[in-house]
Design a protein around this ligand. Structure first.
Ligand SMILES: [Zn+2]
Length: 140
């Protein structure tokens, strides 16, 4: 998919993942095929820590990354997670300035789990756009 985007959308600067996982292979593909990306939303999904580091370190034009309500998986075996509250101890200020995140467990969406179906009539759909980057805050 990212290869196709890179091939057909030469100047893409904004990208949003709204389904599935965000894995290292996606991040690596983005460094190759969408190197000019400025805005990325990987909100409300499960992502790998390495994938997040990869986009923060190698997409040089990146300005904003929305990771609200996401789970950051540090290792698969054994399963460990990076808490949002740990980010500031793990990342340099230059990376932290790009991140948009919520404190896990304190926001409405995190408290209600990640299984909420995001349909037009789904719970919280009316407030769903509130923690999204404005240009990406549309319904699926
Ligand atoms: Zn949240």
């Amino acid at each position: 998919m990212i290869l196709a985007i890179g091939k057909h959308c030469n100047n893409i600067t904004e990208l949003k993942f709204s389904d599935g996982n965000f894995e290292e292979k996606h991040a690596l593909a983005m460094t190759k095929y969408t190197p000019k990306l400025k805005i990325l939303s990987i909100r409300h999904i499960i992502m790998s820590w390495k994938a997040l580091l990869c986009v923060l370190n190698f997409l040089e034009d990146l300005e904003k990354v929305n990771i609200c309500n996401s789970l950051i998986l540090e290792t698969a075996y054994p399963l460990t997670f990076v808490e949002m509250s740990e980010l500031k101890d793990l990342l340099p200020t230059s990376s932290m300035e790009k991140l948009i995140y919520c404190e896990t467990g304190t926001c409405l969406r995190c408290m209600n789990g990640r299984d909420i179906i995001r349909s037009r009539n789904g719970p919280y759909e009316d407030i769903w756009g509130e923690d999204e980057i404005a240009s990406l805050a549309h319904l699926p």
